[in-house]
Design a protein around this ligand. Structure first.
Ligand SMILES: C[S@@+](CC[C@H](N)C(=O)[O-])C[C@H]1O[C@@H](n2cnc3c(N)ncnc32)[C@H](O)[C@@H]1O
Length: 142
């Protein structure tokens, strides 16, 4: 359903021939049909949708599909759990927690240089990070 919508949008924008859509599990050790490495990786709201061990497993995927010089752009809900309401239909909550401050460093700091972009503003419970891959993998995958 989502991929069908994405294909239609790509056709509408005239780039349908240049885009290959793949359905896969970003927390798996491999995604059939997807071999890195890529210059640019983008996540808009998937990492923060995961809980527990799947988050570091997705970080492993980003690392696996990147190489020194690759850029990873991450948009995520970003707030400490105790700043969040118990539940929310429109954003993060204690039941569906955001990326906690510092968690981006734990997940990606070994291999990436991380810059927080000015928008969304600190305090908005969302953040965008521009991460540049520094060096070859130095730690075992999770
Ligand atoms: C909050 S939605 C964001 C979707 C989209 N980026 C957007 O802005 O509309 C989170 C997405 O992550 C996907 N997702 C959750 N776990 C995943 C996984 N292990 N591998 C790949 N995608 C996953 C869900 O299917 C869902 O489409």
């Amino acid at each position: 359903m989502v991929l069908r919508k994405a294909r239609l949008l790509a056709e509408e924008r005239g780039v349908g021939e240049r885009v290959r859509f793949v359905q896969g599990d970003l927390t798996a050790a491999a995604i059939p049909g997807v071999d890195g490495s890529f210059d640019l990786l983008v996540d808009y709201g998937t990492l923060d949708d995961l809980r527990g061990a799947p988050r570091p497993r997705m970080a492993d995927t980003v690392e696996r599909l990147s190489r020194p010089g690759s850029v990873f752009l991450l948009w995520c809900f970003y707030a400490a759990p105790d700043e969040l309401p118990w539940s929310s239909f429109h954003g993060p909550s204690r039941l569906a927690p955001a990326i906690a401050p510092g968690e981006e460093e734990e997940l990606f700091g070994v291999a990436f240089t991380i810059e927080r972009l000015p928008e969304p503003e600190p305090g908005s419970q969302a953040a965008c990070f521009l991460m540049t891959r520094r060096h070859p993998r130095t730690r075992p995958l999770h």
